[in-house]
Design a protein around this ligand. Structure first.
Ligand code: ZN
Length: 182
């Protein structure tokens, strides 16, 4: 099958799997916007050379947020895509704080390709803090999120200069969005 058709099939599956999910921001964007942004960042940063990586980026939250069975993903998109997604999926049986701690601790142990997806994911999440933060997130919480994302990214660096620069820009913009203008 042509690779771009596989990518479309992944986008279609993602749209249906996350159909009722919204982003946390005040704009309540459909979740597919986040998935498309992450996939686009990944595709751009890797010059479109790794189709499976773009497919995995589209589906990166499918197991974590929608409990899509791993076997279903492996059957439709292959073992490589399924294991990439598994690598970027948090263990939801753990407490939130523990999950956040593990993301920092495990970042540098991930494969280079999983690190690319994680960098794009964090970049997309930070962009939302500038453009449409959650109404429930205080300034302190927003700053804490940026600081935590920066900590995770320390362990992710060294895989893609372009994406790392994109992350740095998003982190700076998120901080600036709550800084008084002097
Ligand atoms: Zn995500």
């Amino acid at each position: 099958m042509k690779e771009w058709i596989t990518v479309l099939k992944a986008a279609d599956a993602a749209a249906r799997w996350h159909v009722h999910q919204k982003r946390k921001g005040v704009a309540q964007e459909p979740y597919i916007n986040h998935l498309l942004e992450v996939a686009m960042l990944v595709g751009d940063a890797t010059d479109g050379k790794d189709t499976n990586l773009v497919v995995a980026a589209l589906l990166h939250d499918a197991i974590e947020d929608q409990e899509v069975p791993r076997e279903m993903i492996a059957e439709a998109f292959g073992e490589d895509v399924a294991s990439l997604i598994e690598e970027v999926t948090d263990d939801k049986s753990l407490e939130k704080q523990e999950r956040k701690r593990l993301q920092v601790a495990h970042a540098s142990k991930k494969s280079n390709r999983a690190r690319v997806i994680k960098l794009a994911d964090k970049t997309s999440n930070l962009r939302t803090i500038s453009t449409s933060p959650s109404p429930e997130w205080s300034v302190k919480r927003r700053l804490e999120y940026v600081a935590w994302a920066r900590e995770v990214v320390v362990g992710l660096r060294g895989v893609n200069d372009r994406l790392e620069a994109e992350f740095d820009r998003a982190a700076a913009a998120a901080e600036q969005s709550v800084t008084p203008k002097l």
